[in-house]
Design a protein around this ligand. Structure first.
Ligand code: PLP
Length: 386
């Protein structure tokens, strides 16, 4: 009897997009470094491939794999997460209005405010944990609602289903895009909840080893997909075949790594919550998190990111960071190794100081990307530094 059951996430992560190489039987996708492909006669290429900016066989496997993991029909990969967002913004009609969250990733804000606003795009920032704020921000030109959940670095959880319903009622022609970088498709699949577009910085958990920069968009709508494919080819911010291979290799263990990230982060968040030197722990898995209940409904688990503030305030931040031995002080996140950073000075320095203060990115806020090392070693390192 043939089973109609949908394969599990792990099976899709390992197999989707590729079974074996037709020419050699190789069980892993070859890295096709060719920039161009032979033609039988002018305009008649041997296969569907003509030029690797337009399409590349290794990239095709990655795009198909990511589309399957996000339960989407079309996947497109880019040279970085910012390149993915840039391409999406280029697909908007001129004069469009975009709604983003108040603590959106600094690079996303920079792209909107410094590159697209001078070209006539308008945007409104709001706290998206209150759906009324999004409703108030919608106007007749709203073409895109862009949300991150969990957000970076305040780990706010936004109700994707509720925003999708609001968009359907108030601006059905706009797109709802979810930056799923922090959660990954293992923990949440926004297209299933009504989003039109999923965006990734594949640099983070999807890459998982801090050795590749990449981005992706996944969509269901064919017209939108064609527009994005056109822009991907026309503007050319594509990933290299080698980077596609690295991402494909990483994705095979995404579920294993995410389970370990979630376990370690939960253990550390609980321990830090009762530490006298820590004044605040932000982690969606803690019952003290304002959107904890929504996170339990929307996510399979709570992820590997934690933000904290120290009891002794901003002056204690640098000494604490300097004393750490296992946690590396570095931007980025989602690698197997634990990273720690100071958003006000590092990842979110592009956001003006008054705005950072207004939305709660305090100067004493520290963001931790919990890796998958032995959790006892991580706890010991944090304790000695505190
Ligand atoms: C949530 C989020 N989205 C997008 C990006 C941009 O991705 P990239 O650095 O790959 O361009 C980042 C980078 O830190 C991020 O944290």
């Amino acid at each position: 009897m043939v089973s109609k059951k949908e394969p599990g996430f792990a099976t899709k992560a390992i197999h989707a997009g590729f079974s074996h190489d037709k020419a050699t039987g190789a069980v892993m996708p070859p890295i096709y470094m060719a920039s161009t492909y032979a033609q039988l006669s002018p305009g008649h290429p041997i296969s569907k491939y003509e030029y690797s900016r337009t399409a590349n066989p290794t990239r095709d496997v990655l795009e198909a794999n990511l589309a399957t993991l996000e339960n989407g029909r079309f996947g497109l990969c880019f040279a970085s997460g910012c390149a993915a967002l840039n391409t999406l913004l280029q697909a908007l009609p001129s004069g469009s209005h975009v709604i983003i969250s108040d603590d959106v990733y600094g690079g996303t804000l920079r792209l909107l405010s410094q590159i697209f606003t001078p070209m006539g795009l308008h945007y409104t920032q709001c706290d998206m944990t209150d759906i009324n704020n999004i409703e108030q921000a919608i106007n007749e030109n709203t073409q895109l609602i862009w949300l991150e959940t969990p957000s970076n670095p305040l780990l706010k959880i936004i109700d994707i289903t509720a925003v999708a319903q609001l968009k359907q009622q108030k601006c059905p022609n706009a797109w709802l895009a979810v930056d799923n970088t922090f959660a990954t498709p293992y923990l949440q699949t926004p297209l299933d909840l009504g989003a039109d577009i999923v965006c990734h910085s594949t640099t983070k958990y999807i890459g998982g080893h801090s050795d590749v920069i990449g981005g992706a968009l996944i969509v269901n709508n064919e017209t939108l997909a064609q527009k994005l494919y056109f822009l991907q080819n026309a503007t050319g911010s594509i990933p290299s075949p080698m980077d596609c291979y690295l991402l494909l290799r990483s994705i095979k263990t995404l579920h294993v790594r995410m389970n370990a990230h979630c376990h370690n982060a939960k253990t550390i968040a609980k321990a830090l919550s009762s530490h006298p030197k820590v004044s605040r722990v932000i982690y969606p898995g803690l019952s003290t998190h304002p959107e904890h209940y929504l996170a339990t409904k929307q996510m399979r688990d709570f992820g590997g990111m934690i933000s904290i503030t120290l009891t002794d305030g901003p002056k204690a931040v640098i000494p604490f960071l300097k004393k750490l031995k296992i946690f590396t002080l570095a931007e980025s996140l989602g690698g197997v190794e634990s990273l720690i950073e100071h958003p006000a000075v590092m990842t979110h320095a592009a956001i003006p100081a008054e705005h950072r203060k207004k939305i709660g990115i305090e100067d004493s806020l520290i963001r931790i990307s919990v890796g998958i090392e032995a959790v006892d070693d991580l706890l010991e390192d944090l304790n000695q530094a505190l």
